[in-house]
Design a protein around this ligand. Structure first.
Ligand code: PMP
Length: 465
């Protein structure tokens, strides 16, 4: 190892820490060259409620809950204490052949909260592993029940489902897949529910549910006997919050039942209050066969993910010598399990689901004020989860081309919003959008703050165009 200095890097945001970060830290999905001598790497050193603070003591409203994670807000000592207590008692033991009390309590609690007979919990350490585990379970399950030809999965255009090779194969964002090809075979795309840009029904009173019917079309095209599962988020994140049209999930459920295909609800973002319910499936009234989750389960105070499955999926694995041939060292980690339990306690004590339900209309109303700006084409989402689509021409819904989007989002909006004290995400995995997902403790004053910063910065962006 070569180091930039003999002394260890300080933990604060001094010049030495900047130099050490530049020399040794590899940021995820980040163009490292954009941090040159004239632009420092933002370093977040502390958090308190919905706010975080950088190395210079400057405060930011965390409008993205870190990365759709910190549901209860930052700096909650209850969660830190739960972690410390568990680490003192039993810091680590695997779930391979053994159980430990916190994982058992958490599995039981999640089974109670999850809809219907989703009663069996398989833990992972994060979201990609959860998505990948669900695909492996679907494949091994179908072999076990005498349908070995079912291995394919369907997911939607532009939907993000993770980065490990299996999860990346399921992901529908072409730009982050191509350099890793060939990927896992058997993953195909279907339409998403982007109503704002839908040629077929954006001007109609009601959606025709063609995006649900596209799932049936694709199952028939692939051959139903080859399809294992369809992966859908309750509200699709990538592309900028596409909520389902009324009746969409009911139609999808019927299609899955008709062809014996598993419905996987990828709730890595949408579970644990993001939409005002424990699970997004509950909000839209459908029964998934598997729910994948991560992020908000621990509010990020420890890493954890998993899937909760309906009883029938476990049945073949309760017989004879059959074993689900899958496991992860840190899955169901005792410290993470203890933190998750304390996090769920906090949700209940502070009625955070109630807070989201009571304030979601105000959040929407506040963001919708931005529709008076010429650059704001659409404001869409549910609960505390919104996307704001930016357009060049509101009347025609004309979007920005690749270069304009690059200059607008990466070149101007991302750094400027941060400079103005708002953490959010300017994203162009579909058309350019700003994504918002504030902690579930937020109220009107925070919505106003978000709206104020966005209004100022979007006005600046427009005048630069
Ligand atoms: N599925 C969805 C819907 C996600 O949003 C994400 C992460 N943003 C993942 C899966 C992957 O989760 P992770 O980053 O924890 O691996």
């Amino acid at each position: 190892m070569t180091t930039t200095s003999q002394t260890p890097p300080p933990r604060d945001g001094s010049d030495a820490a900047q130099a050490a970060a530049r020399r040794h830290l590899w940021l995820h999905f980040t163009r490292m060259s954009s941090y040159g001598p004239d632009r420092e790497i933002p370093m977040i050193v502390r958090g308190d409620g919905p706010y975080v603070y950088d190395q210079h003591g400057k405060r930011y409203l965390d409008g993205l809950s870190g990365l759709f994670v910190v549901q209860v807000g930052h700096g909650r000592s209850e969660l830190a204490e739960a972690a410390a207590k568990q680490a003192g008692e039993l810091a680590y033991f695997p779930l391979w052949s053994y159980a430990h009390p916190r994982a058992v309590e958490l599995a039981e609690r999640l089974a109670e909260l999850a809809p219907g007979d989703c009663n069996r919990v398989f833990f992972t350490s994060g979201g990609s592993e959860a998505v990948e585990s669900a695909w492996k379970l679907a494949r091994q399950y179908f072999r076990a029940v005498g349908q070995p030809g079912r291995y394919k999965v369907l997911s939607r255009d532009i939907a993000y489902h993770g980065t490990t090779m299996g999860a990346l194969s399921i992901t529908g964002v072409a730009d982050i897949k191509q350099v890793f090809e060939p990927l896992v075979p058997g993953s195909v795309r279907v339409e998403n529910t982007n109503h704002y840009r839908c040629e077929r029904c954006r001007d109609l009173e009601e959606c025709t549910l063609h995006a649900a019917d596209d799932i049936e079309r694709r199952i028939l095209m692939e051959g139903p006997e080859s399809v294992a599962a369809v992966y859908l988020e309750p509200v699709q994140n990538a592309g900028g919050c596409f909520p389902p049209p009324p009746g969409y999930f009911q139609r999808v459920r019927e299609i899955c039942d008709r062809y014996g295909v598993l419905l996987v609800s990828d709730e890595v973002i949408c579970a644990f209050g993001r939409l005002g319910h424990w699970f997004g499936a509950e909000r839209y009234g459908y029964q998934p066969d598997i729910i994948t989750f991560a992020k908000g389960l621990t509010s990020g105070y420890a890493p954890m993910g998993g899937m909760v499955c309906r009883d029938f999926l476990m049945e073949p694995f309760l017989e004879g010598q059959r074993t689900f041939l899958h496991g992860i060292t840190f899955a169901g980690h005792p410290v993470s399990s203890a933190v998750a339990l304390a996090n769920l306690d906090l949700f209940e004590r502070e009625d955070l689901l109630g807070n989201v339900r009571a304030n979601q209309a105000a959040f929407r109303g506040t963001l919708e004020k931005l529709l008076d700006l010429p650059i704001v084409g659409d404001v869409r989402g549910e609960g505390y989860f919104y996307g704001i689509e930016l357009v060049k021409d509101k009347a025609t819904r004309e979007s920005f081309d690749g270069d304009e989007s690059e200059r607008l989002l990466r070149g101007f909006l991302s750094p400027r919003l941060f400079e103005q004290g708002l953490v959010c995400r300017a994203d162009d995995r579909g058309d350019p959008v700003i994504q918002l997902s504030p902690p579930l403790i937020c109220e009107q004053e925070h919505f106003d703050e978000i709206e104020g910063v966005l209004r100022q910065v979007l006005n600046e962006a427009w005048s630069r165009l």
